[in-house]
Each structure stands twice: as structure tokens, then as C-alpha cells.
Ligand binder design. Structure first.
Ligand code: SF4
Length: 167
């Protein structure tokens, strides 16, 4: 479940009656945990959104064009916590960054959602069984996997390039 931060004026969601502060539980009976669930399940033409508003449990029906956006906005892009790298590479290029730079320089992202949606590098080493089940269920295509593998390959070359610069 994810909390709606705002609703775009004159959007499908506003016309259907959704409000800021609503907690989106599911779309067409599919639980919504993050941006990947949300983007995937709102592509349908007929949506049934199950929402908590305070103590009330409400259902909103929306008819729309395939892939039309609803106009709902959430606290963060991922609608969830970021997944970080669990590896402990002794040559980690992030660990080799100098001190005193902005926080994001030191963030070791390794998030399959960001990889599928934005092409970020991932190592595939921190996927849970549920993550893998979802990838299979959503039929994320081979091209996505190849893109990710290309990311890994690029990451690996970046690591090689970094390690070759070490004394
Ligand atoms: S996979 Fe990348 S970010 Fe993670 S520890 Fe290794 S070099 Fe660092």
C-alpha cells in the first residue's frame, strides 16, 4: 500500500474522487507496493482501485485509455525504500570516493525497479524470491534482462577501469 501525496487537477483520478492522503491498497486486486506494481497495473483500460481513507475502505472504478496516466502523485519516485547493494567488493569504487562530497555520491544503489524503469546498473545479487516471482509474473521481457546485463557489463568494465587505476 502506498500513500497518495497529491492528485493532479482535472485528472482521471480527481474525476473519480481520489484525494491526497488516500492510501492505495490495490489495483484490480493486485497489491501495490511500489512504482513497478503501480505503473504495471494501471495500464489496463478498466481499473478498480481499493483505497483506505481514514477508517473507510473505498473502491473507485476508472475507465480510461490503455496506458493513460491517472494523475496520482506519491512521496517518492519509487513509492518505496531504495534497494542498496549487498556486495562487499574490496575494490568498490564508491568506497574509494574522497570524503566530503554530497551524500548521493556514497549511495550504492542496486535496485531492480530503477534498472527496469531508468536503466540503472544492478548486480542481480540482492533479488528476493518475491522479486524474481514478480519479474516472471510481469513477463518483463528479455530485452530488459539484456539491458540489465549490459548494465552489469558496463558496471564491470567501470570497476575494471577503476581497479586498473589503483597503485
Ligand atoms: S557491486 Fe558495485 S557498489 Fe556494490 S560493493 Fe561492488 S563495486 Fe561497490
Amino acid at each position: 500500500m502506498v500513500t497518495v501525496k497529491s492528485v493532479d487537477p482535472r485528472s482521471l483520478a480527481e474525476k473519480a474522487g481520489l484525494q491526497a492522503g488516500d492510501i492505495l491498497i490495490s489495483v484490480n486486486e493486485n497489491e501495490i507496493r511500489d512504482v513497478l506494481d503501480y505503473r504495471y497495473y494501471i495500464t489496463e483500460r478498466y481499473l478498480s482501485l481499493l483505497v483506505h481513507r481514514g477508517p473507510a475502505l473505498l473502491t473507485f472504478q476508472i475507465k480510461k485509455g490503455e496506458y493513460d496516466d491517472l494523475g496520482l502523485n506519491f512521496e517518492t519516485y519509487l513509492m518505496d525504500k531504495k534497494h542498496t547493494c549487498r556486495n562487499k567488493c574490496i575494490f568498490c569504487f564508491i568506497d574509494q570516493n574522497p570524503h566530503g562530497m554530497r551524500d548521493t555520491i556514497y549511495f550504492k544503489d542496486d535496485d531492480s525497479r530503477l534498472s527496469f524503469l531508468l536503466g540503472n546498473y544492478i548486480t542481480l545479487t540482492n533479488l528476493s524470491d518475491a522479486d524474481i516471482d514478480r519479474i516472471i509474473k510481469m513477463r518483463l521481457t528479455f530485452s530488459d534482462f539484456f539491458k540489465n546485463l549490459a548494465g552489469i557489463s558496463s558496471h564491470t568494465s567501470q570497476l575494471s577501469s577503476h581497479s586498473s587505476q589503483l597503485p
